[in-house]
Design a protein around this ligand. Sequence first.
Ligand code: TQI
Ligand code: CA
Ligand code: ZN
Ligand code: ZN
Length: 355
Amino acid sequence: MTVAEMVTADASFSRKIRVMQKFFGLQVTGKLDYSTMAVMNKPRCGMPDVANYHLFPGEPKWTKTTLTYRIDKYTATMSKSDVDRAIDMGLKAWSDAAPLSFVKTNQGEADIMISFESGDHGDSYPFDGPRGTLAHAFAPGEGLGGDTHFDNAERWTPGANGFNLFTVAAHEFGHALGLGHSSDPTALMYPTYKYQHPIGFRLPKDDVKGIQALYGTKHSGQKTSVVSESPHPAHCHPNLSFDAVTALGNELLFFKDRSFWRRQTQLTTLRANSIAASFPQLMANVDAAYEIAERGTAYFFKGPHYWATRGLRIQGPPRLIYDFGLPSIVQKIDAAVHLTSSKKTLFFVGEDFYR
Ligand code: TQI
Ligand code: CA
Ligand code: ZN
Ligand code: ZN
């Protein structure tokens, strides 16, 4: 047996060679042939500024900026809410970098139909059981275009074991939006699996360049006039809603964007204050707040962090919401309330609550 025969006899090696050949546009033989060796030995460009992303031939892209998605079939290995979160965060990675938004639907035909499928599932790209192909997505377009399928034979997880659904979904959505593979090893679109922690994930530079090459930069030409003329929103506006409300001593605090209002129980006037001036650590956009009156303490939540106060004074550095036992995939909470009678605190996240 020659060396070449030995290496081709190893199926996973051959598979890797095939992936590499496909990536570099070589004839896909699965064998370590001369042109493949030549590519392997070629010096790689070390210049950080060279774009390494690839678009699909013909550069298909969506011609609208709001896309619908629907999770049509779930998997048995992960809870429905963990799947929803991984998918949402996978899409958010892209909508944070380009002027795209994604709207979830639960019925009818969405632009991006998402499902977990086993073996042959009717699109002439059957899945292959555990490992091998993990998922695939169709380039932008009508019908199957944008649709994203995950191999139900994989052990999908919200964490670092098995295959992390967020990681693979974010990669697949790159394809569904029109990106091919990148030759930049730090890119999400680089064709090797590397677990990415969903919380605080930011799209690597090369992927940002790729998505912006297709859809432009976020807010280009639409940003300047959005900041409202009055520094604080009018508190009587009929559409006003609050980000968070909590009692604090004998006052009620209402938070909205960069402002908060203090309402003393015996007073009826409300005066807007700047959050940044009173609570510089919070700056703006508080997610949730609650008070434990017996302790004279309130807690403020923003993203994965929370702060404790004594009166109107924040005590100490921010801490992580996982201290409360929230699952690590939760990136922010929507609301929190402390029930004095049962001494329990409820945290609301999407359609779930934790206690
Ligand atoms: N599935 C391939 C992928 O999505 C499908 C594929 C192969 C492909 N060659 C392609 C898609 C060329 C577009 C263009 O990449 S996969 C990873 C990796 C896969 C691989 O199952 O091999 C991820 C799916 F390699 F990056 F980890 C997801 Cl994240
Ligand atoms: Ca598989
Ligand atoms: Zn499929
Ligand atoms: Zn890929």
